[in-house]
Design a protein around this ligand. Structure first.
Ligand SMILES: C[S@@+](CC[C@H](N)C(=O)[O-])C[C@H]1O[C@@H](n2cnc3c(N)ncnc32)[C@H](O)[C@@H]1O
Length: 239
């Protein structure tokens, strides 16, 4: 059996897609980003954040930057980032209005700087089986939040076991003294529909539970598995 992919093997995945004509398949579309951002905003409000205050947010591994643009339209002061110049060119081409900069998830550490950090579908989490390294990245991300700040971590488990062990990571974060709240998992397909759901937001925990169960059952019989992109929100305790 091939060795499990480690951070150093996969952290640079994406070089090829950045240069290819098919780049749009690796990043959410503007329309999807709009729906996801509406779901994010709802969750952030539930966690006590009011985006109207111009809170400072950064997206890491932003792809085209559509999600950051959609959060920017909701009054977050968003910066989009990628790990290399090619990535920045993509952001500049698609969302020239956004602040942009280089940031590498594997080393990112900016203590007490951000009200919001967004990490969606990043290869070091979704395609890597390297719990020690992944857990160290998460710890530095928590450290990079201001008091009351929120890390939104969204990722697929389709490569399981070669992805972050999300449950273990969330258990450990919930026990971390710097963290006062861990919310999720919320299935992203559901999250995209919550604001428009005829059942409203109050029914969503039940909808989420039913959808999780259905996906779990389906994946027991189906190969390849259906990716469940799940969102977790990790809030840093107030000082
Ligand atoms: C599947 S895309 C997701 C893009 C965007 N977050 C979205 O959801 O539309 C994965 C992104 O992770 C970026 N990436 C890979 N390794 C990275 C690293 N070490 N630091 C920051 N970004 C990284 C890639 O360049 C790519 O843009």
């Amino acid at each position: 059996m091939a060795d499990a992919p480690k951070l150093e093997d996969t952290a640079r995945w994406g070089r090829a897609w950045q240069a290819s004509d098919d780049w749009s398949s690796h990043t959410v579309s503007r329309a999807q980003a709009e729906q996801i951002a509406a779901g994010y905003a709802m969750l952030l409000r539930a966690l006590g954040q009011r985006s109207g205050q111009g809170l400072a947010g950064i997206g890491i591994g932003s792809g085209a930057g559509h999600l950051e643009a959609a959060l920017g339209a909701r009054n977050y002061a968003m910066t989009a980032s990628e790990w290399n110049e090619d990535g920045l060119h993509l952001i500049e081409g698609q969302n020239p209005q956004l602040e942009r900069r280089i940031a590498d998830l594997t080393t990112f550490h900016e203590p007490s700087t951000w009200n919001l950090i967004v990490c969606r579908e990043l290869y070091p989490f979704t395609r890597t089986n390297d719990y020690g390294g992944q857990s160290a990245i998460l710890s530095r991300l928590v450290d990079s939040l201001r008091p009351g700040g929120v890390l939104l971590l969204s990722g697929s488990d389709v490569s399981r076991p070669n992805c972050l062990d999300y449950r273990r990571a969330m258990r450990e974060l919930a026990a971390d003294r710097r963290v006062d709240r861990v919310a999720g998992p919320v299935l992203e397909p559901l999250l995209k529909r919550i604001p428009r759901s005829p059942f409203g937001t109050t029914a969503y925990p039940l909808q989420n539970m039913v959808a999780e169960l259905a996906l779990g059952l389906l994946n027991r019989v189906r190969r390849p598995r259906i990716a469940g992109i799940r969102l977790y929100a990790i809030r840093r305790a107030a000082a």
